[in-house]
Design a protein around this ligand. Structure first.
Ligand code: DGT
Ligand code: CA
Ligand code: ZN
Length: 584
């Protein structure tokens, strides 16, 4: 069976719908593809396998014609119908589809009226004023498009942590199985859990570097080999992700791992410290400086911890290596014990099919239990988020009832009934207090009016946090990594308000958010603010995001005791019963 994922298959169907829309095809046909894509994404079972086996009969939302196409896709990895259709359009047109805020209708108009089929052409039409004259566009739209083009250029060549991670882990495990490999690791920004990474840096120790490099540059499905030497290789995967591999001797491995893990700033600070002790540190060893009478300690150093020890430091976890105070803290012998995934007992802020989620309450609960969690907080959207089928008061209270009924069937597991309540423009909430009082918890989030000045936005959010029914602030800055910047916000004031009111701040670990940013958590923690690591999952599989959420929480210096959802079920139940101002 070719290697094609469920999402890739659904994306093909969506793209067919889009192209047919451009061609002005029958809307019913178009809708069939869109529905098909949705069905593929949400199907409960191995739809890829079933498509490969041509076993799709009777699945609602997938008619005969679509069955054939899915079979071809899953069994050959491609669809001739789709490729022919794509061939009817210029290549550059597909870049337009990926621009934020440019739907199929607009692309169609641009293509037909202005013959625009590339980003460059679009940019020129915006700048010349030609685009603004087009019906349905205007000056504001032109400005928005220009900034979307700018964003795209700025973010090109970076990948989300989890996207890079899923590919990196596969290659890492293959490297570990390679007969010539002694030790293998991923270094670089991935190991430090940066929210986005430029490339993935692999490192191996081996006695036969050229064999490992050869294997690496000849793996199946590579887009291109960028560089190939005796001890170094660089490739681009089909996804576009660049991966580097360096091969060193086993004695050099700890030094190379430290060096290539970085950050550069951490390395520089560490080298300076070494120099002050009469030692030079580089990617191969730790040696006495010229003229120093110290012995060379390198041969006794077997791992990174040995290097730090030799320099009089505690072991510094990779996530902390950003030259943000970790060296001083390590020399004082005072580094935090960072939170680990096993410490998590539950999570909050998930969606279900009641609003815009793709899995039901029961499915989400089962998936949470499978991850070993004891509780799950459901918070579907509130009524103002109508595009996400937000719940009004009536539907919300009914959902609360069904959650209570569901809990009756559980033993040792509990679903908390909540809501992700929109923070309206003036900082008031989408639900009145008497409704909020009937919930177990409440997340508040900004989903509209992003363009406010910093002062107003900060005031707006603070007003929401001051509400005694509000448990936590959701995705505090609204950023979408590699797509949309954060809205203007005064983090210091938000953190101070969280501390003063006992409002928890979420670390929304949806791979595209990672919000609040790791750079602020140390400060929040020191002010006594609690963090809740939440997935914002819209389907059962998205609960997996907790893994990278924990990595990013560690990057923010967070310990088990700083993370709300490390509390046990009885502890969290007790915590919720306390008035907000009294919660520890
Ligand atoms: P990225 O790839 O942009 O997401 O970030 P990194 O940190 O993975 O950077 P990368 O791949 O260029 O280099 C990997 C590590 O190698 C980096 O974290 C530190 C080390 N390194 C690279 N260039 C230098 C350098 O010029 N000086 C020092 N001290 N270290 C370097
Ligand atoms: Ca890198
Ligand atoms: Zn949200």
């Amino acid at each position: 069976m070719p290697d094609i994922t469920r999402d890739a298959i659904a994306d093909v169907l969506d793209e067919i719908a889009l192209l047919q829309e451009l061609k002005g095809e029958n809307p019913f046909k178009i809708r069939a593809y869109r529905n098909g894509a949705e069905t593929v994404r949400s199907f409960d079972g191995d739809i890829v396998q079933r498509a490969a086996d041509n076993d799709l009969k009777g699945i609602k939302g997938i008619g005969d014609a679509l069955q054939q196409k899915l079979h071809e896709l899953a069994s050959t990895g491609a669809l001739i119908f789709h490729q022919d259709l794509k061939g009817e359009f210029p290549e550059g047109l597909f870049e337009l589809f990926e621009l934020q805020g440019l739907g199929p209708k607009k692309v169609k108009a641009l293509y037909e009226e202005l013959k625009i089929s590339s980003l460059g052409g679009l940019e020129r039409a915006c700048q010349s004023g030609e685009l603004a004259k087009l019906a349905g566009f205007g000056k504001k739209t032109a400005e928005k498009i220009l900034s979307a083009i700018d964003n795209r250029r700025r973010f090109a060549g970076r990948s989300l942590l989890s996207v890079a991670g899923n590919e990196a882990e596969v290659i890492l495990s293959e490297l570990r199985q390679h007969p010539a490999v002694i030790r293998a690791a991923v270094a670089g920004s991935y190991r430090r859990a940066k929210e986005t990474v430029h490339d993935v840096d692999f490192l191996v120790s081996t006695k036969d570097p050229s064999a490992v490099i050869k294997w690496f540059t000849e793996r199946e499905g590579l887009e291109e080999v960028i560089a190939q030497g005796d001890t170094k290789g660089a490739v681009r995967l089909a996804s576009g992700l660049q991966c580097d591999l360096r091969a060193v001797s086993d004695a050099q491995f700890p030094f190379a791992l430290m060096y290539f893990t970085g950050s550069k700033e951490h390395n520089v600070a560490l080298r300076k410290l070494a120099l002050s002790q009469g030692l030079t540190l580089n990617e191969y060893d730790l040696a006495p400086t010229e003229g120093s009478d110290r012995e060379n300690p390198s041969s006794d150093i077997k791992d990174e911890a040995g290097i730090y020890r030799e320099l009089g430091l505690l072991y510094i976890e990779p996530e902390l290596r950003e030259d943000r105070g970790e060296l001083d803290t390590a020399s004082e012998g005072d580094l935090p014990t960072l939170v680990e995934q096993d410490n998590l007992r539950g999570t909050f802020h998930c969606h279900t099919t009641e609003s815009d989620g793709r899995s039901t309450l029961e499915e989400m609960a089962a998936a949470a239990q499978e991850l070993g969690l004891d509780y799950l907080g459901i918070s579907d959207h509130s009524k103002s988020s109508f595009q996400a089928r937000g719940l009004d008061e009536g539907r919300l209270l009914k959902q609360v009832e069904s959650i209570r009924a569901f809990n009756e069937t559980q033993d040792g597991f509990r679903v908390f009934a909540g809501s992700e309540v929109d923070i309206l423009k003036d900082g008031s909430l989408d639900f009145a207090d008497d409704i909020l009082a009937q919930l177990d918890f409440c997340v508040v989030s900004v989903h509209a009016s992003f363009g406010m000045p910093e002062k107003d936005m900060t005031k707006r959010i603070i007003r929401a946090m001051e509400n005694p029914h509000v448990t936590m602030l959701g995705h505090p800055t609204g950023r979408l990594l590699l797509r949309r910047d954060a809205y203007a916000l005064n983090h210091d004031k938000i953190i101070d308000c969280a501390a003063a009111t006992g409002t928890v701040i979420e670390l929304n670990c949806s791979s595209k958010r990672m919000d609040m940013d790791w750079r602020w958590w140390h400060r929040a923690r020191d002010k006594g603010v609690k963090c809740s690591i939440n997935t914002d999952a819209h389907s059962t599989s998205q609960l997996q995001a907790l893994h990278f959420g924990v990595r990013v929480a560690r990057k923010g210096w967070l310990r088990r005791e700083d993370v709300l959802n490390c509390q046990s079920l009885p502890e969290i139940e007790g915590w919720m019963k306390l008035p907000k101002a009294k919660r520890p």
